[in-house]
Design a protein around this ligand. Structure first.
Ligand SMILES: O=C(O)CCC(=O)C(=O)O
Ligand SMILES: [Fe+2]
Length: 214
């Protein structure tokens, strides 16, 4: 059956222009319908963004990729993961993310903070694993990337197949999902973190999986 001319159901269930998540009014700023890519406003307060950066700062390591967790030129940022329920701030943000993504946080890979300096980037990739990978047994289904600061220049999240570019704005987020039966739709979620040109870029990423991770 098709709904509104779309071929498949989505995980994300929010419509209209605002919804509540843990006492916060999240704003739906724009959506690309299939694959679903939603731009969200007012996801984190300025104070929450600043606090996440402060807590992450001393724990950043060069980012790794894929199931082998190797350092690779595809991704030149630095990153760290918070543990589930690590502190009150993380508990609160995880609850809000769960409400937005409509998936329990136990299905998550842990909230990840990434930092990009000028010239650093995350080249085009999909967040799900190829069927040949061990990690595909409990594959990823959806992603939210929350921007923790305003980047002076560059650092957009780019979806080349959709010809869509999202500009980082402090407290806003881009959500997308790739759990469609039709794999051709999933492939369209290919995306990249464009090189930062001026300033720094800080994001918080949550990847969700089909089943519990713990
Ligand atoms: O930094 C970005 O804009 C994208 C981050 C990303 O693709 C990811 O964390 O999976
Ligand atoms: Fe990604």
């Amino acid at each position: 059956m098709t709904v509104n001319g779309l071929t498949e159901q989505t995980i994300f269930q929010q419509n209209g222009n605002t919804f509540q998540a843990e006492g916060r009014d999240i704003r739906i700023l724009a959506r690309y319908e299939e694959p679903l890519v939603v731009l969200l406003g007012n996801v984190l307060s300025d104070e929450e963004c600043d606090e996440l950066i402060r807590l992450a700062k001393d724990r950043m390591k060069r980012s790794k990729i894929g199931s082998t967790r190797e350092v690779d030129a595809i991704r030149t940022s630095s990153g760290m993961f918070f543990a589930n329920n690590e502190n009150d701030l993380i508990v609160n943000i995880e609850k809000r993310i769960t409400k937005i993504m409509n998936v329990p946080v136990e299905h998550g890979d842990g909230l990840q903070i990434l930092q990009y300096l000028p010239g650093q980037e995350y080249k085009a990739h999909t967040d799900y694993f190829l069927p040949t990978s061990q990690a595909a047994k409990n594959n990823r289904i959806s992603t939210i990337v929350i921007y923790l600061n305003n980047v002076e220049q560059g650092g957009e999240t780019v979806f080349p197949q959709l010809k869509l570019s999202v500009t980082p704005q402090k407290g806003t987020a881009v959500y997308f999902e790739y759990f469609y039966e039709d794999d051709n739709i999933n492939k369209l979620t290919l995306h990249a973190g464009a090189p930062v040109i001026t300033g720094e870029k800080w994001v918080a990423t949550q990847w969700m999986r089909r089943q519990k991770t713990k």
